[in-house]
Design a protein around this ligand. Structure first.
Ligand code: AKG
Ligand code: FE2
Length: 629
């Protein structure tokens, strides 16, 4: 109450005992929000979120909130939100026009409910690029709110703790989301429920679309020259030739491309996976169209030089009974550090999901004419696109420092001891013959081309005659970014079979199988140039793990049920034996597969497996044996 200019000395200031609103009213707020909210408990990559939540937006906004691998659909601000805003915004100096347009509401039912370290840095809020404000209101059970610096300077305090009590109003301002993380930690004491509201201002909404049918496009003659301009509505209705762009955002480390699931209600190709694509407006260079579509659909902006023009092709297709005639300019944007999915914006009216689809998976979609994907039927499209994508990935992998990803992580594996083998000509099975000379370190085995031992394990779907293939992480020293079976080094003195078992378990998490399920196929010598200075020289015991088998693996493992070793295996697929044999017999072999040289693989392997498949079918077809008395 001090008049301006007069300085009072404050002897006691206890904000913690102050509430902006009488506590009975706080109780009413709590009850209303608790009871009137359709709470959700979404499931993320690590299971159910340890709290209930809703994402609320002002009427007219459709933006979903995506974070930590979950997407929360928006609910419109309910009536009680207006009352809360009217009550609290004056404390933040915000008039009604300036009220926030969205709010994340969390319900922590007890002390086991929490939110882990995170920042509110999703593209919607643009909080990594500019000062933003987030206003937080806490109701109910007081909880501890922690803040932690991302890049603490030496000697600086790392963490701050606030106690957010019933009715506490807090703000996060400036560039806090860039420099700090925050959390509500679990609290094992038995605690009552707490509701927290964080009000935010959405900075990057969906592009407000004008009536698309009125956009003007150039129509083309057979040579691709512009003949006249027509509205988009007329072009699509009459099936006139027009210009179109496809933009493939290439995630180099994962060998994958960004795709979106088109909203089911879209007139053309609704409910199908597609790259970013769109019309080229009259007079617009196609590069501008690419930039426009990528920005408005996904909020991704890149400099011109990031867009590589790959090729143009003519394509005709039919969607929804209408003929579409397009001259498509295809562009690729290759990213060494692609954005995390949950940070990419999308408009749910246009797309309902985003994902990075492995190039292998996309190629398979083309081969199988997968109806879940929008595919360009002109054969040269797939041929030229995949040729280009593979080339980009190859160049990227060649540029990576050649370090074994494991070495990078613990620097231990390189020190592992392997058996060094002397005269490989004397050898049938390394452990039988006295050809093991002396141990050598794994790292030296690589750099000095020392013969050592390894296993290959092929998981064989004997029913459909397919093999499980693993896409090796691009960072692997040998064969990075290429499809192969499961492989492992045999450590000094170890027998091969347990190594085989361990390899598949580590690589793809096949849990129940035992050593008895493995079949020894043959031993082969692998001498290959894997891209480094030295040759890889291995004496390999090749094993087969056939599925299904009655005891430990009664069903063929579903790809999604496998758990892939991080940093080792990026993807898995089943490939028909015939197709793998084609890969093995193509010359030169396709660079995205590891193809082991030598007769053992070329002949024995495929022959062996085909026999097993045949036998299996015969066995299944046999009538059951009559009971014996
Ligand atoms: O419950 C809180 O106080 C924090 C909530 C939060 O960080 C969020 O919703 O992003
Ligand atoms: Fe947060």
């Amino acid at each position: 109450m001090a008049p301006k200019g007069l300085k009072w000395k404050v002897v006691l200031s206890d904000e913690s005992r102050r509430s902006y609103v009488p506590s009975a009213r706080l109780g009413d707020f709590f009850k209303t929000i608790y009871g009137k909210t359709a709470w959700e408990q979404p499931e993320g990559p690590q299971g159910l979120l340890p709290r209930k939540t809703v994402w609320m937006v002002k009427s007219g906004c459709q933006c979903p909130y995506r974070y930590g691998g979950v997407t929360i659909k928006p609910q419109e601000f309910p009536d009680w939100m207006t009352e809360l805003l009217r009550t609290y915004m004056p404390y933040c100096g915000k008039s009604e026009e300036e009220w926030p347009d969205s709010c994340n509401v969390n319900l922590y039912e007890d002390g086991s409910h929490a939110v882990g370290w995170h920042t509110d840095d999703e593209a919607l809020f643009q909080s990594l690029h500019q000062d933003v404000a987030i206003v937080s209101l806490s109701l109910g059970q007081p909880r501890k709110f922690d803040l932690r610096k991302n890049w603490p300077e030496e000697g600086e305090r790392l963490q701050e703790r606030l106690h957010l009590g019933n009715g506490a109003l807090a703000t996060m301002e400036g560039m806090l989301q860039k420099h700090y993380m925050h959390r509500i930690a679990r609290d094992d004491e038995s605690l009552g429920p707490r509701i927290n509201l964080t009000w935010r201002w959405i900075k990057k909404h969906a592009d407000v679309k004008e009536n698309k049918d009125h956009q003007v496009l150039d129509t083309l003659d057979a040579e691709g020259s512009c003949i006249f301009t027509r509205t988009r509505g007329a072009v699509t209705e009459k099936g006139l030739w027009h210009r179109y762009v496809h933009v493939w955002v290439l995630n180099l480390p994962d060998s994958a491309v960004l795709m979106q699931l088109r909203a089911p209600e879209k007139k053309r190709f609704g409910g199908m996976w597609n790259c970013t694509s769109g019309f080229v407006m009259s007079g617009m260079p196609s590069l501008e169209a690419c930039k426009h579509h990528l920005d408005t659909e996904s909020g991704l902006r890149y400099e011109d030089h990031m867009y590589e023009f790959v090729f143009s092709c003519k394509n005709t297709s039919v969607a929804n009974g209408e003929e579409i005639k397009q001259l498509i300019d295809v562009y690729v944007v290759s990213l060494k550090r692609p954005p995390e999915l949950h940070k990419i914006y999308y408009d749910i009216k246009e797309a309902t999901e985003l994902k990075y689809v492995g190039i292998g998976e996309l190629e398979q979609a083309y081969q199988n004419q997968d109806p879940n994907f929008v595919l360009v039927s002109t054969p040269e499209y797939a041929r030229r696109l995949f040729h280009f994508l593979h080339k980009k990935i190859r160049i990227y992998i060649e540029m990576l420092p050649k370090i074994d990803s494991d070495e990078e992580r613990h620097n231990k594996k390189g020190q592992q001891l392997l058996d060094r083998i002397g005269d490989v000509n004397k050898l049938r099975r390394a452990q039988d013959l006295g050809v093991v000379v002396e141990p050598c370190k794994r790292i030296d085995a690589y750099s000095e081309s020392v013969w050592h031992r390894a296993v290959h394990v092929w998981v064989f779907d004997v029913e459909s005659c397919r093999l499980l293939l693993l896409l090796r992480s691009p960072k692997k020293r040998h064969f990075g970014g290429r499809w192969n079976c499961s492989t492992g080094h045999i450590k000094m003195g170890d027998p091969a079979l347990p190594t085989a078992l361990k390899s598949v378990k580590d690589d793809v998490g096949l849990g129940n199988v035992t050593e008895n399920d493995f079949e020894y196929l043959f031993q082969t010598l692998v001498e290959m140039d894997t891209g480094g200075d030295a040759f890889l020289k291995q004496v390999v015991d090749v094993y087969l793990l056939s599925v299904p088998n009655e005891e430990t693996c009664p069903v063929i493992p579903d790809l999604t049920s496998l758990s892939l070793a991080k940093g080792e295996v990026d993807q898995v697929m089943y490939l028909e034996l015939d197709r793998l044999q084609e890969v093995y017999t193509t010359s030169p072999p396709p660079h995205d597969f590891v193809v082991f040289p030598g007769d053992d693989y070329q002949t024995r392997f495929f022959f062996n497996l085909r026999q097993r498949h045949k036998k299996y079918l015969e066995k299944v077809a046999e009538p059951p044996e009559p009971p014996m008395f």
